[in-house]
Design a protein around this ligand. Sequence first.
Ligand code: NAP
Length: 482
Amino acid sequence: MVEDMTTPLLSDSEAPSDALPVRLTGLTVAILGSGDFSRSLAVRLVASGVRVVVGSRCVNRIPSGLFPDGVELRNQEGALSQVCLVFMAMFPEHYCSLLGLQSALAGKVLVDVSNGAKVNIHGPSNAERLAELFPDSLVVKGFNTVSTWELQTGAHDGSRQVMICSNSTEGKKKVVQLARRMGFHPVDMGGLSAAREIEVAPLRLFPSWSGPVVVTFLLFLFFYGYGFLRGILLPYLAQGHNAFYRLAFDLVEESLPAVALVTLALVYLPGLFAAWLQLWRGTKYRRFPSWLDNWMQRRKQLGLLSFLCAALHGVYSLCLPLRRITVHRLVNTAYTQVKAGTEEPWDELGVWRSDLYLSCGVLGLGVLSLLAITSLPTVGNTLNWREFTFVQSGLGYIALTLSIMHTLFFGWDFAFHIEAYPFYMPPSYLLAVVLPCIVLVCRCFLLLPCIFTRLTRIRRGWESKHNCPVLQHHHVVPNGIP
Ligand code: NAP
């Protein structure tokens, strides 16, 4: 790193004698274009001790003070005479306007900073087209994933990653060194064919979140719709009982924990499928079906969405006493009791039930918060593999168990009363608890010694005879395990 910082990309001998006074590093780069990206890039380069020459089609049009002190403004050709590394800070459709500069750009490293126009675009990438236009230059793709804000504020406040790819090892090396000097963390993505992926990276809208968000939203719609039908619409149609006021708060408050519980179960379900599949196949060396692969990759997002719903449920529950209807009922009950000269009887069992219900809920939310925090890369990176698995799997199942207990204590024995099934519809918390219970029971099965031992052996590379016909033919046992 220190070496990188001190090794100039352009040796002093390469710089022409009439060049600007050489700074600490002696490095000079050119930026073609004087727009937003060019300005921010110049700020960052100057702050990194790099000399910058901006090449513009019309230098006179650039307002004074737009670029930081020390940046030299020249015409496009003039800017190129001093450097071996050029940033193309313009839109790719304008690259052809530089064809007249082909010889001036020959042998130089051209950094293509452009983003793709659309996510699903066919044909060569911008960088590949640039390489076709300037075959004698060394085209490197990079810096397009860095925003102007990140460039101006410095790498410390923004993303530190800069994805870089090129077919020229020499060109890539120079850009990697420069990125490090600017305080970024260069990531080598390989040859120029990776440019298309890098170009669309800033255009993607939460690519790994869409599936989990849709699933969570559909679950919410299901529980909300079910609650509406069971608790509002059918009673209204059957008895004329108007409870539409429950739409805004009650139903949301009822649906959120159900969604949180089912989503949490969906985090652990694919792991169980994978384990059963490995047991059934007797090997871990066969790929999972793509739907299972995708599902496994979305577990973190599902977990975070479950945490969000659980946290919202907590906030909603805390707001319950503030509701006008709660105050109304409380005052009315007190008034009725005072008038009748009666008082609420002490219900010890009820107190136990509500305390257990609340306690499991608070503990479950606490463990879920821990899971959410450790899923942050900065925290997760400080854990070794065993610690991470313990937190995400061990504590995850504890959170699931606590959430199931929270629901069961809430239901208590009400689930056995006929009034809990108006119109033959069970309460939504009963529906919500089914999948988590199945997940928990299946997990317990996997812990049975005969199953656990076989699964552990498979995960350490053992395969059933059925899966290794060649070894079977020679009567050789893999890893010495019969
Ligand atoms: P911009 O503000 O519109 O600047 C583009 C510059 O291109 C112009 O100022 C112009 O400078 C120059 N240019 C050269 N030949 C041109 C021609 N024939 N017609 C028009 N302009 C020409 O755009 P920008 O935001 O700086 O973006 C530049 C590139 O950076 C784009 O490829 C973009 O995808 C990429 N990028 C931008 C950001 C961002 O946050 N803005 C982030 C990542 C990547 P002169 O008039 O001085 O020649």
